[in-house]
Design a protein around this ligand. Structure first.
Ligand code: AMP
Ligand code: MG
Length: 346
């Protein structure tokens, strides 16, 4: 299949491109487009045939449900059985934005969107192109990240092309995304809402609006099955083995020398502040340590960049788990398959 590219530099001047992309979604094709978090791969959420194409193109396990993207509150009401008070408050505060809310599923949604669950995950993205495509298609659009399953999520149209060219109908290129990490997923079907996946909106921000919010225990302890099915899979991984290193720059450098002694080609994932402290084959800074938002924004781009160097191993610094640092560490830990070396624990 040839993948069509639509370049959208200006939302108003490029409306014919948006209209065409929306037409293709209405015709049950899959089309990638930017959101404020990462690029999504969108399909008509009412059509199991269209949604099936997402799973096929990504190689996504069929038990991993998709997030439905909407542009109006009327669409939300049609997709769920009820909207609890907690969800209403969160919607008022954070939509459009990087917050996905899990609610009880209504009728009509294709079964493969929710992987057979009785709940459905929904969000309203804060990106003019995403909102224009949804409005123009006049459909709820199921859209996971537009990468091959297991790879880092795409933050540019080029990343989407690398992974999915020839496998999807089209890509809307609207430049680099802003947040850089996927949405926070919060389950509002329980009395006390629970964070199933950390993301751009932090627990502290949610608690300011609705009081107590719990966190899926599986996110903090090993050996428990996560409530968000997607989180049990290895994800975001670069080609080379990734190892997280907790401790001083000297301790990380020591790991680099040990690996080099055994003939390995070694990369280091660090920050603008720390990059001068290392000697390795490839050193890539990921934002500035003083600004975790910038680390989040560049993380996937840097993980993908390492694939250009044919490395054997990448040693990565760790980040404080405060605010968006929680989501950064959640993604890095997944990417490393849980492989962590600590200077403080033996
Ligand atoms: P992605 O679409 O790649 O950003 O991943 C969506 C995430 O939301 C995955 O981790 C899914 O497991 C999770 N998710 C989607 N729907 C539900 C649901 N109904 N209940 C719990 N988690 C969900
Ligand atoms: Mg994804």
């Amino acid at each position: 299949m040839e993948t069509k590219k639509w370049l959208v530099e200006d939302i108003h001047l490029s409306y014919p491109q948006i209209k065409e992309a929306a037409e293709w979604i209405k015709a049950n094709e899959v089309v990638a487009f930017p959101t404020e978090t990462v690029y999504g791969l969108g399909a008509n959420a009412y059509s199991s045939e269209a949604v099936g194409k997402i799973f096929k193109a990504k190689g996504r396990p069929s038990d991993n449900p998709l997030i439905i993207h909407i542009s109006t509150m009327e669409q939300l009401e049609m997709l769920v059985t009820d909207i609890p008070e907690t969800a209403k408050k969160l919607i008022n505060k954070f939509w459009p934005g990087p917050l996905t809310i899990v609610l009880n599923k209504g009728v009509g949604i294709a079964d493969n969107v929710t992987a057979g669950l009785s709940t459905v995950a929904i969000r309203m993205p804060d990106h003019p192109i995403a909102l224009a495509i949804i409005s123009e298609a006049n459909l709820p659009i199921a859209a996971p990240s537009a990468n091959v399953s297991g790879k880092p999520s795409p933050t540019t149209a080029q990343h989407v092309e690398t992974d999915l060219n020839g496998k999807i109908a089209g890509i809307v290129d609207g430049g680099a995304t802003g947040v850089g990490l996927e949405s926070t997923v919060v389950d509002c079907t329980t009395e006390v809402p629970m964070i199933l996946r950390p993301g751009g909106v932090t627990r502290e921000q949610l608690e300011e609006v609705i009081g107590l919010v719990t966190v899926d225990p599986a996110l903090e302890e090993d050996g428990q099955a996560p409530k968000s099915p997607g989180l049990k899979y290895k994800h975001y991984a670069p080609n080379a083995k990734l190892v997280l290193v907790e401790g001083s720059t000297a301790f990380l450098q020591k790991q680099v020398f040990l690996a080099k002694d055994s003939g390995k080609k070694v990369g280091v994932l660090t920050t603008n502040e720390n990059k001068v402290n290392y000697e390795a084959d490839v050193i890539l800074p990921c934002g500035t340590a003083g600004n975790l938002q910038s680390v989040a924004q560049h993380l996937y781009e840097v993980l993908r960049k390492f694939d250009e160097y044919e490395l054997d191993v990448i040693y990565s610094e760790t980040f404080p788990e405060v605010g968006v640092g929680k989501a950064v560490m959640n993604r890095l830990t997944k990417a490393a398959g849980g492989d962590i070396l600590s200077e403080f624990r033996v």
